[in-house]
Design a protein around this ligand. Structure first.
Ligand SMILES: Nc1ncnc2c1ncn2[C@@H]1O[C@H](COP(=O)(O)OP(=O)(O)OP(=O)(O)O)[C@@H](O)[C@H]1O
Length: 368
């Protein structure tokens, strides 16, 4: 599901850029502060409705501009567009029609991002890891988004009752039943994909030329005790939940853990090894989605950071197998282009764009 044409306007230091993208590899090279990450951020906003650097739309909109626009045409013939204005308003469109939700955008353009924040898969909270698995399940299981939404509605209702302190048993029982019903289904969908995810990551890690100090174990915790159904577990934890004012168990507390010899993987692996683990996790997610639906687009901010040349090539090779297209940034063109040159066609002929002061220009052979 590659992007063919991309238009970005009023986005950080990019005043206006209109690009014809290569169907496989696109490299954006330029000095610090040139606008390379901003371009990836714009594509990310198009596919998710939000930035990966800021929660505030205002900080993303170019100073002195009234708003930002990102628009793309996909090779499937779809078009996506998003607009945000400084007054807080905005709209998103799919094929010129209003998008119903950000998950509708996400569903049109499955995206994988690797940047300096990607290590939070290992050293961040459980929510980050849960979302890894959920991204995969969302794109593969059409029922997941609805079950998860129902679960969250019931969770908000139960938490509201808990915060009142004195509980009407009938009222809370109704919400607990709905919570348990959706929660069990969310868990079944997650568990159904977890095995596949786990073996895809392990298979990729076996391809690392330098190996790792030991096998990485990947464990899934569903968020409540194994031997109890969710409805019973909710009833049992009710009293404690009241004193804390929120629901302490359930799929919203699930986690995916990466360990090595019983220790959190990040306590043992070097920074480069951690990055390759993160790349393997992201590639495995893309593989699963491409097996069942479509190949995602990869955004890779500063591929050479932390990786030696061999590992950069391994990751480039993984991307060529599991992604439809990749947008990569790098400071120095020679170094950014090298990992792709040894791949087979068409992955070995990247389109190079030079980025400077927010201006993005394709190398002459690829100009519009
Ligand atoms: N709202 C904004 N309006 C205008 N310029 C902005 C805005 N927000 C950030 N900038 C500037 O836009 C530039 C974009 O930086 P960006 O992070 O895209 O650079 P980069 O090319 O990825 O650099 P690096 O190699 O240092 O990561 C920076 O110079 C930044 O100061």
């Amino acid at each position: 599901m590659a992007l063919t044409r991309l238009l970005v306007a009023g986005f950080r230091n990019i005043q206006h850029a209109e690009l014809l993208l290569d169907s496989k590899v696109n490299l954006f090279c330029g000095p610090n502060g040139a606008g390379k990450t901003s371009l990836l951020e714009a594509v990310h906003m198009l596919a998710t409705g939000r930035s990966f650097r800021s929660r505030q739309h205002r900080s993303v909109i170019q100073h002195s501009s009234r708003g930002l626009t990102v628009f793309a045409e996909l090779e499937t013939g779809y078009s996506l567009g998003i607009e945000r204005l400084t007054d807080g308003s905005g709209r998103a469109r799919i094929n010129q029609r209003p998008a119903e939700s950000s998950s509708q955008l996400a569903s049109c353009l499955p995206l994988q991002l690797i940047n300096s924040n990607s290590f939070d898969v290992l050293d961040g909270g459980p929510g980050v890891r849960r979302r890894l698995l959920d991204w995969t399940v969302f794109h593969v299981e059409p029922m997941f988004a609805r079950e998860w939404k129902n679960y969250q509605i019931a969770l908000r209702q139960r938490n509201a009752l808990l915060r009142r302190g004195k509980i009407a048993v009938d009222a809370i029982t109704v919400w607990e039943e709905q919570l348990a019903h959706s929660g069990e289904r969310v868990n079944i969908l997650r568990e159904g994909r977890f095995q596949e995810f786990q073996s895809a990551v392990s298979a990729l890690l076996c391809e690392l030329p330098g190996g790792l100090p030991g096998p990485v174990e990947i464990g899934y915790r569903r968020g409540w005790r194994k031997e109890t159904d969710l409805c019973t577990a909710l009833q049992e934890s009710r009293e404690g939940d009241v004193s804390l004012g929120h629901t302490r168990i359930g799929p919203h507390r699930a986690d995916v853990r990466f360990t090595l010899a019983g220790e959190p993987a990040q306590h043992i692996l070097s920074r480069g090894q951690q990055k390759m683990l993160v790349c393997a996790v992201r590639t495995a997610m893309a593989e699963l989605v491409s097996r069942h639906r479509t190949q995602p687009v990869f955004l890779v901010d500063d591929l050479p950071a932390e990786l030696d040349e061999t590992n950069q090539q391994v990751f480039a090779h993984w991307i060529s197998r599991s992604a439809s297209q990749v947008l990569v940034t790098g400071i120095e063109e020679g170094m950014t282009i090298r990992p792709w040159q040894r791949l087979e066609a068409p992955w070995n002929h990247p389109r190079v764009f030079h980025v400077e002061h927010g201006n993005i220009n394709a190398e002459p052979s690829a100009a519009l």
